[in-house]
Design a protein around this ligand. Sequence first.
Ligand SMILES: [Mg+2]
Length: 159
Amino acid sequence: MTAGLPRFLAVDWNGTVVPWFGEAAYPDALAVLHELRAQGVHIAVVSHATPREISDDVARVGLEADEVLGVGAKAPSLIRLADLWGDGVMIGDSPQDSRAAIAAALPFIQASLARVAHTSGRTWWCGILTAVSGAIQCRAGFPGTSTWNLLCLSAFSVS
Ligand SMILES: [Mg+2]
């Protein structure tokens, strides 16, 4: 486990790793997730989908994740992950993702990849390694869910 990294990363799928089921992953998304996993971060894909639907799509793009969860609501899964692993970060693109992260008291990093040039995915995912450790530092320095969620959101933006 590398210092400064969370114990787990909960990752939304559509709009975050791929634009949508069946489409190619954003540039560097898989490499960054594999790098975090190699550094000991538990990677959990949490998607609003059926278990079969999300498992098939994760396998299709070749992402090696520790857990792949197809759920109706994400908050219970995030709360379970937080209970099990402690410090974690949620990455997602939607207000529902943000609300689920807040429900589980997790820092939230917002992907803003939809409808932007494909190369922006590379910039965004390359910055995730820094953003994830930054989110943990935000949390340590500024307790209080709303405060550190806002700080974590502002700590990183697509360039
Ligand atoms: Mg999404």
